[in-house]
Design a protein. Sequence first.
Length: 440
Amino acid sequence: MDQLKQLFYEKAQNAAKEVKELLKEHGDKKVDDVLLDQVFGGMRDITCMLWEPSLLDAEEGIRFRGYSIPELREKLPRAEGGTEPLPEGLFWLMMVGEIPTKEQVKWLTENWNRRANVPEHVFRAIDSLPHDTHPMTQLSIGVLAMQNTSVFAQRYNTGMNKSEYWDATYEDTMNLVARLPRVAAYIFRRTYHNGEHILPDISLDWAGNYTHMLGFNDEGFHEYMRLFLTIHADHEGGNASAHTTHLVGSTLSDPYLAFSAAMNALAGPLHGLANQEVIRWIQKMVDTLGTSKPTREQISEYVKSTLTGGRVIPGYGHAVLRKPDPRFMAQRQFAEDNIPDSDLVKIVWKIFDVVPPILSSLGKVKNPWPNVDAHSGAMLIHYGLKEFNYYTVLFGVSRSLGVLAATCWSRVLGLPLERPKSVTIDWVKEYLAKEYKAVV
């Protein structure tokens, strides 16, 4: 048993015992009330899900096993000579709740490199698609094409004991995370670079190798991708892609099936496609104003015209956060340190100055602050990755770390099939009539 698997199993056994004792003593205690607005409003804020890797706080933002993003940037191991955390370190943290050593991260990088070989039929499946197929569709199909290699599916079909579910899930998770950069880079080069593919460089870390296979060798971009893939890795369990992974996984579907479904959720305009919408909106503003250096006053007028037209300002507002997204602020700090002279980045900063006061003045917006999507597009374009239809694939590769770590925890704790109760409109009307009659 490898060192991460052994440590994960030991941690999980202690957690499982603790959970069992908690439920035995407190299982009948109420932890939340459900409002009719929540029944009709996408189950917003209903506390009904266990998710170990991260927790989202409305004021402080995302915390990974208790660590904030600024703390991760300080404490997680970095590449040699680098300034940003390695995503491998975050994965280790999400799995076992401990900041790894440099040696442990090096071991994980090497382990993923050994697992990263993608079966040839996966590339053939992707190549069978029209070239104008959206990259997220290609990614979902590419993940599904690997499903025949699932350790969980193969062992389940031979009568695997329930006590071994976590072990097979761990193996699938490690294999899938290891392979994703190769598949995602293949999609990028196929779609935008005439199929001129770049072989992996196993001397590089997970993020560095992915960036290399995309076709970028600027060390500044490698560092930004290490940051990007770290801060996008998880955002607790209630977001659509995370919840989809949990729901599909709860049926005992293997991680390939669950993660492919998650990517279909991430591809939605109200979820992962938001980063595309941000850069489209900024580029349209630049074209409309006729300048790449608009003033705050010009931006303010354009923002107001967008709102007057019944549209939202993409990249602003979040379902949970009530302060600027720490993921936005981390990218801003990176930009200030590395690319302070970019016109596009400066526009993002001016928008940050202009939009919150305007949204606050409307009196209807709980969170007028930017989320993670408000900054990433400008950074990617600066480094030369201008194909914004691909941006959500980057998001998806990163998100694999959190949702698959959570899947391992779901299996090791034996979490059951997810099955919420639904009602009809007539049921709601009858219920309210009874309640009203009882009060009268």
